[in-house]
Structure formats: C-alpha cells, structure tokens
Design a protein. Structure first.
Length: 65
C-alpha cells in the first residue's frame, strides 16, 4: 500500500512536466511587434476593467498577470 502511494506521488511531477510541453492550439506564443501601436490614439478616456478567473489547462488567465 505504501509502495503504491509512493510511486503515484512520484509520478505527479512527471505528469505535470509532460503537460507543460504540450501547447494547446490557439494559445501558442505569437511574435510581438512593438511598433504595431504607433500612431494609435484613444477615442475616449474611459477605462474598462475585465476579470479573468482561473488557471486551468490553457493558463489563459495567468498570461495577463
């Protein structure tokens, strides 16, 4: 019993490492262009707040800090 529990506990970090390598389609890192927003001017001074909850498989919320 203890041996099986020890083996399964040792396999958890391995499974997490394998999951990190697989990239979900559409969530891969895209190259950024720093000059893409040159010349852009806001049409309003209104600010919108958006909340992203959860970490999940794709880690979408974590990508926005």
């Amino acid at each position: 019993m203890l041996k099986a529990a020890g083996l399964s506990a040792a396999a958890l970090p391995l499974a997490a490492a394998l999951a990190d390598e697989e990239v979900i389609q559409g969530f891969e890192k895209a190259p950024t262009d720093p000059s893409a927003s040159e010349g852009w001017e806001p049409i309003s001074d209104r600010k919108i707040r958006v909340g992203l909850v959860g970490y999940g498989v794709c880690r979408f919320g974590a990508a926005f800090g």
